[in-house]
Design a protein around this ligand. Structure first.
Ligand SMILES: [Zn+2]
Length: 422
């Protein structure tokens, strides 16, 4: 059974082979031979795939064929191949401990950079080959981009926030004025960030900040977005408070994180706002994906609101909103750096189809990161980011925890130390 028969790049027969055969003599071809393939965009598995890798790129994908002569064949029988996973919201600088904020504060920049590399390797071992870091300190994530042995990193640098506002300790503070945020956006652009992250509301990681209130006046938020767009940068806004969500939508953001519709005493998601988010196809980073840790329960203010937040996430999905799993990896023990592996099980509970949940953490997430042309699909011309898991990840989301092999830009990821979770 084949998915995507209508897709020119993924016919069930061999694609890209002719080209590949010409380079066989170089000895750089690797053929991954497995039992099944989820290609990142389909709704069913493709049987008996051979994925041909040359250097860091996928050269061909076939079903039912044999690897070309001269290729190094990697036997992954029994396994399903799928695109390396994409997490649209991580913090490599947070160490997944119960005091991630305190530990970061106690570390010098050099130690933080080392910890971030460890975090990146943890993500890779769990099959997460692309991460969007939506908040570091001192722009440290920018220096990790392109390094071998780490995921592909899309970097925001320190989030733009108000003095004493949410995550102010990461160093991205700006005066809450038009001039203040324009200066901050320009500095981020000059440093070379890939995306602007702005804290439109407060958040629970920062005592004293108000999760139920907007941090910036609406016209200031709009000025930040306008300046980012003028400089060619997309913007995603951390937005819990209903007012902050409404302001971010009005300001023309490209994406929003959390979108919990948080109020002082509960949760309130106006139907008109949900409609607007869906109609404008603003990317919603739902904070799903959580490793079960015995004895760890959400704080009471979150637990009390969780059923309503989940119901509203379901409403957004039903309204046709563009949604991804932005896990917030790193911030707590339940949020390991490969947390996005846990997202599909939760998305299915929220009404997603099982293949749709997998598309959400592969091709859809790649698109939200601006990488639709080279990430999130197993297809010729795409980066050779491939995850092999035992079993059928469409029928059984837990298969994502049975990692057999990971390739990042064509390079096998060492399995040692052992993969965490399961
Ligand atoms: Zn975050």
């Amino acid at each position: 059974m084949y998915a995507n028969l209508d897709q020119p790049n993924l016919s069930p027969r061999t694609t890209g082979w002719e080209n590949a055969a010409m380079t066989t003599s170089t000895g750089r071809l690797t053929a991954l031979q497995a039992s099944w393939l989820f290609d990142g965009t389909g709704s069913a598995l493709i049987s008996d795939p051979v994925v041909l890798i040359e250097g860091s790129t996928i050269r061909g994908v076939s079903s039912g064929g044999s690897p070309p002569r001269g290729a190094t064949v990697i036997d992954l029988s029994g396994a399903t191949l799928l695109p390396g996973l994409v997490d649209t919201h991580v913090h490599l600088a947070f160490d997944t401990s119960a005091d991630a904020v305190g530990n970061l504060a106690r570390r010098q920049d050099g130690e933080v950079a080392d910890a971030m590399k460890c975090a990146g390797r943890d993500a890779l071992r769990g099959g997460v080959t692309t991460v969007r870091d939506l908040g570091d300190r001192g722009y440290l994530s920018l220096g990790l981009r392109g390094q071998a042995g780490l995921p592909t990193i899309i970097a925001a640098g320190p989030p733009i926030t108000t003095p004493a506002g949410h995550c102010h300790y990461l160093g991205g503070t700006a005066e809450p004025t038009v001039e203040g945020v324009v200066i901050a956006v320009r500095e981020h652009a000059a440093r070379g960030v890939d995306v602007i992250k702005i804290m439109a509301s407060g958040g629970s990681l920062t005592p004293g900040s108000r999760q139920d209130l907007a941090q910036f006046p609406a016209e200031v938020l709009r000025a930040a977005v306008d300046e980012a767009h003028r400089l060619g940068l997309p913007v995603t806004a951390h937005a819990h408070a209903v007012g902050a969500i409404a302001d971010a939508v009005a300001a023309g953001v490209d994406g929003m994180e959390h979108v919990s519709f948080w109020t002082a005493d509960g949760v309130d998601a106006p139907a008109g706002l949900i409609r607007l988010i869906a109609d404008r196809q603003i990317a919603v980073g739902a904070t799903v994906g959580m490793r079960p840790v015995p004895g760890r329960t959400p704080p009471p203010e979150v637990a009390a609101r969780l059923p309503a937040i989940m119901a509203n996430t379901r409403r957004l999905h039903q309204a046709g909103a563009l949604m991804v799993a932005g896990t917030d990896a790193g911030i707590a023990p339940v949020k390991p750096h490969d947390a996005v592996r846990y997202a599909p099980a939760m998305l299915v509970q929220l009404g997603y189809g099982q293949a749709e949940a997998l598309r959400t953490i592969t091709s859809v997430a790649a698109g939200v990161c601006g990488l639709a042309h080279r990430k999130g699909r197993v297809a010729p011309g795409f980066d050779a980011d491939v995850l092999a898991v035992d079993g059928d990840p469409i029928a059984d989301p837990d298969a994502l925890h049975r990692v057999r092999a990971v390739y990042a830009r064509g390079t096998p990821v060492p399995a040692d130390p052992p993969v965490t979770g399961s």
